[in-house]
Structures are given as C-alpha cells and as structure tokens.
Design a protein around this ligand. Sequence first.
Ligand SMILES: C[S@@+](CC[C@H](N)C(=O)[O-])C[C@H]1O[C@@H](n2cnc3c(N)ncnc32)[C@H](O)[C@@H]1O
Length: 232
Amino acid sequence: MGLDLYAKVEPYLDFEEEIYTLHREFLRFVMTKDLDNIIDIGCGQGYFLENLKVNKKKYFGIDLSAEQIKVCQEKNLNAKAIDLKDVKEKFDCATAIFDVLNYIPKKDLKAFILTTNIVLNQGAYFIFDVNSYFGFDEVAQGCITIDLEDRFIAIDANFEDNKLQTDITLFEKQKNGLFSKQSDSIIQEYHTKEFLIKLLEDTGFEIKEIKEFNLHTDETADKLIFICKKIA
Ligand SMILES: C[S@@+](CC[C@H](N)C(=O)[O-])C[C@H]1O[C@@H](n2cnc3c(N)ncnc32)[C@H](O)[C@@H]1O
C-alpha cells in the first residue's frame, strides 16, 4: 500500500487545522485523566507525539511507514517503523488518531485490536477515531491537485463498496530539471459502529464512550471517537 507516498504528500494537504482540532480532543482526554506511558499507533509525522513530549508524558510512536518515522526521528521524537506485533513494552494508554483503524482491512481488525490489548496494562485506555459513513461518502471522496514550483500532486479518492481508494500521483522536480513520477494507492475501509463495538467487547475492552465528532463539517458527524478501557 502507498503509505510512504502518502507520507510524502501529507505536508502539502493543508490538514494542519483539522489535525490540531482532533489532537486537542485526544490531548484533553489524556490530560484530564492524567494518563502517562502512551503508545501512539500510526503516529504519522509525530504531531501528537510532540504534544505528549511538551506535556512531559512518557510516549512511544509507531508507524508502518518508514517515511513518516524518518520525519519523527528528524524531530528527535521517540518513534519506530515497526509493526504493533513487534512491540515488547506495555503501556497505560494507546491512541490511534486520524482514522488509523480505517487503514486496517475488516478481516485483520480483530487481530489488530487484540494486539493492542496485549501491549496495554490492565485498566489502560485505548482511544481512537474512525470515519463515519458520512465522513467517507460526503467528505473524503473527490479530487484535488496541488501545483507547486518543484512538485505537482494529484489525488483522486473514490468510495465504493465501503472502501475508499485514494490514488496518489506525485511529480517531483529533479536536479536536472526533469520531473520524476510516483503513483500509488491507499485503501481505507468503513467499519460500522456495531462491528467495532463487537470486536472491542470480544477482545477485552469495555467501551466507556463513543463520541460523534464534526471535524470537517458542521452537518452530520464525520468521525466517531471511541474511548475504551482494557478490562480483560
Ligand atoms: C492519516 S495518518 C494519521 C497520522 C497521525 N496519527 C496523525 O494524527 O497525524 C494515518 C497513519 O496510519 C499509518 N498506518 C496505517 N496502517 C497502520 C498500521 N497497521 N500500523 C501502524 N500504522 C499504520 C499510516 O502510515 C499513516 O501514517
């Protein structure tokens, strides 16, 4: 999947305000509950890790994209490009922010949540957000192009059969003045609230709250935020 290409174009997508708004919601929870020792799964370029670091929290970030982790390491953040299965430490909170769980195919989601449970201490929190159907169908779909002096980015996202396929093309100017071209796709899956509730309950989590969240729109909620606690 094109996670590394996504990492290369992400800084140009103008998402800063949305990322800030969503991270503020997660950070508020961490601070209110006085949580520490946090693993951020799918930490991307480490924006949430920076918040944790500023607030003197013990943290660790992981991401499947080596490109994303390169950016974290350039910022001196504690992050590694490893699979959740290979994490050996235990944490008192896990976060997965900005639709990370939508990147996990339906068939692999139970194993992913179970592995999250394994890296948590008893009573630890697991907090994540997913896109609602409205978020996929009405917000995420569409095309954009970004035309800069040294690069050109084209993104085309289509939502069909509960899957969002985002095709990314990046043209980058080389030293010789010619442009190189890279193309790849990422797939995100819509997971219903009921499916997530069942998986979480089956894997030892108690659901404390499911919040509807309006990130990109004032109309219907485009995200759901799940707050869960490890009880088994
Ligand atoms: C939309 S970005 C969000 C990044 C970050 N959480 C934030 O809020 O800025 C989703 C991230 O999830 C990562 N990702 C996707 N599947 C993953 C998996 N199975 N394990 C770890 N990271 C994953 C991607 O590489 C990408 O960096």
